[in-house]
Design a protein around this ligand. Structure first.
Ligand code: SAM
Length: 189
């Protein structure tokens, strides 16, 4: 964390020196991952190297698979980390996505130092969505200590599972819970 550009520059220097270099980035490298950092670092250097971005499975998809089928319709992904993004812009995006009845996937929901924005996000969601909206909370998907919770928006914050290893998926107005899974209908029926 916070060493991304340093890592990218180091990898580029190694590649320029003739090595084949691989940067490991969890999930998909293009989703809040290292891919952009490498391209941005390269943009500042007057060198040419070939970059291949190998796709992975983003947490949104791995977590969705554990919840049922919660993102089978239009979905907005929003990171709650204000390290690189202005807090007001994050809140505006949440509000607009909620007003547009998107399924909303929240990344980086809470850290030890940053707890307030999750509360703010929840208040905005409660203004625009029904309190009964299904919410899926997945911590450590496909890893040791995996935790899966299916709840509703009004109860979303009553779970201490939420931290930086967690992804939250908030349904749209059609999302429902049946037999312990969360389903957002595509509309086929
Ligand atoms: C810097 S982003 C990396 C995203 C990653 N590149 C992807 O494609 O999903 C880190 C955030 O991804 C989510 N995340 C990553 N791995 C996860 C997992 N195994 N289970 C649940 N959420 C995860 C969490 O919201 C975490 O705060």
């Amino acid at each position: 964390m916070r060493e991304e550009i340093k890592r990218a520059k180091y990898a580029i220097d190694q590649a320029v020196a003739g090595k084949i270099v691989c940067i490991v980035s969890s999930g998909d490298p293009g989703v809040y991952g290292m891919a952009a950092a490498v391209y941005e670092a390269l943009d500042q250097k007057a060198v040419k190297i070939t970059i291949e971005v190998i796709p992975g499975i983003p947490a949104m998809c791995s977590c969705a698979s554990l919840l049922g089928a919660p993102i089978s319709h239009d979905c907005a992904i929003i990171s709650l980390s204000d390290l690189l993004t202005d807090k007001d812009l994050i809140k505006r995006r949440i509000s607009l996505a909620a007003q547009g009845d998107f399924v909303i996937t929240l990344y980086n929901p809470k850290s030890n130092k940053r707890k307030e924005i999750l509360n703010d996000a929840w208040k905005i969601l409660m203004q625009c969505k029904s309190p009964n909206t299904p919410v899926g909370i997945v911590r450590n998907a496909y890893r040791k200590n995996q935790a899966i919770i299916i709840t509703t928006l009004d109860n979303m914050l009553n779970h201490d599972t939420i931290d930086m290893l967690t992804t939250i998926i908030v349904g749209n107005s059609k999302t429902f819970i049946k037999n312990g899974v969360m389903i957002t209908p595509r509309g086929y029926l």
